[in-house]
Design a protein around this ligand. Structure first.
Ligand code: ADP
Length: 334
């Protein structure tokens, strides 16, 4: 398991639960989304109605699930949780929808992965608060329209571009979450350390934040690894020395690259003189599947301006050479 992976498995999700902010004003950063959401929620509360459906988009680990929980908590409503991949048939979704109570919040994670029939059922339910429940099978089957009480869907997606327009249009409010800056991640880390009840030095927080790829989930995970190191190998305090030593054990470098990221950069610069080189060749050189290189390593390397994707292949930027401690060639790209 990569310590820098943006996704979490079930076990980690249960560990994360303890660190989730429960109120909008405990939620760090994302100023714009927070201000917008707070207006939506306050207005609905003042009018005594369920707020518009809410869509949250952005990369994994930035707080979409947390915000969905906050929405329910701020409304004093209960939350039902499901996801696109968990719904196999439209009937599964019909069952969830028809059991909703007035004012409930339905969190639909990875909503872009809903199958088409479920998607169609969903937007009718969101628009008209109605769902057709099919009873019986085969030729004798009939659809009984069922009126639903007012409820609010909070949809989350890492790929809002994949949502079909009719579904996207049913959301009265869309919030886009963006990567956090280092200062915001430091705040997340200090908050988590307080909750875990372990002292975290300011310079250690800065160090961990810098290596967390703009992602609170990764920051919290690295914090747990540093805590392990501090307790087992150190003095128990999470100071700068503990942070550096722990992150070295996990091969997370000073700007948040791991071994795969660095071997991609290294191959690109030293084997292919900075490129351009095709994805397949590059992947073969580092002994990985092209898909792994493309989906796991490249997004962050591109975001950090270390490599560029060009029509002729992958190219290392001067920053990549410098990160490896090498001098960028002067004839590169010709
Ligand atoms: P997503 O649903 O976008 O993948 P989550 O909401 O599950 O992300 O967040 C992952 C972890 O990061 C959780 O432990 C959560 O508490 C923490 N986290 C995310 N955003 C924030 C934030 N703005 N402030 C504090 N902690 C956060």
């Amino acid at each position: 398991e990569r310590v820098l992976a943006p996704l979490a498995d079930e076990i980690e999700r249960s560990v994360e639960a303890a660190l989730r902010p429960r109120k909008l004003d405990e939620f760090v950063g994302q100023q714009t989304v927070r201000a917008q959401l707070s207006l939506v929620l306050e207005a609905a509360t003042a009018r005594g109605v369920a707020p518009d459906h809410i869509l949250l988009s952005g990369p994994p680990g930035l707080g979409k699930t947390t915000l969905a929980m906050i929405v329910a908590a701020e409304l004093g409503a209960s939350l039902r949780v499901t996801s696109g991949p968990a719904i196999q048939h439209a009937g599964d979704l019909a069952a969830v929808l028809s059991s909703l109570e007035e004012g409930e919040v339905l969190f639909l994670d990875e909503i872009h992965r809903l199958a088409r029939p479920a998607e169609e059922l969903l937007y009718v339910a969101m628009e008209d608060f109605r769902v057709d429940v099919v009873v019986g099978k085969g030729a004798g089957a009939s659809a009984i329209p069922l009126t639903l009480p007012p409820f609010t869907v909070v949809g989350a997606t890492t790929r809002s571009g994949l949502l079909p327009a009719p579904l996207r249009d049913r959301f009265g409010f869309t919030g886009h979450l963006d990567y956090y800056d280092a200062f915001e991640l430091e705040k997340v880390l200090h908050r988590s350390a307080r909750l875990l009840d372990v002292p975290l030095a300011a310079d250690a927080a800065t160090e961990i934040a810098r290596r967390s790829r703009g992602t609170p989930r990764i920051a919290n995970r690295l914090l747990r690894r540093v805590r392990d190191w501090a307790q087992v190998r150190g003095t128990g305090d999470m100071d700068l020395a503990a942070a550096r030593a722990a992150l070295e054990v996990y091969e997370v470098d000073p700007i948040g690259l791991d071994r795969l990221d660095r071997s991609v950069l290294d191959a690109l610069c030293t084997r292919f003189r900075g490129g351009p080189v095709g994805l397949t060749t590059l992947a073969l050189t580092v002994g990985e599947e092209p898909e792994t290189v493309e989906t796991v390593a490249e997004p962050y390397l591109v975001r950090e301006g270390l490599i560029a994707r060009t029509p002729r292949g992958r190219v290392a930027t001067p920053a990549a050479w410098r990160h490896l401690g090498l001098e960028p060639p002067t004839d590169q790209g010709t």
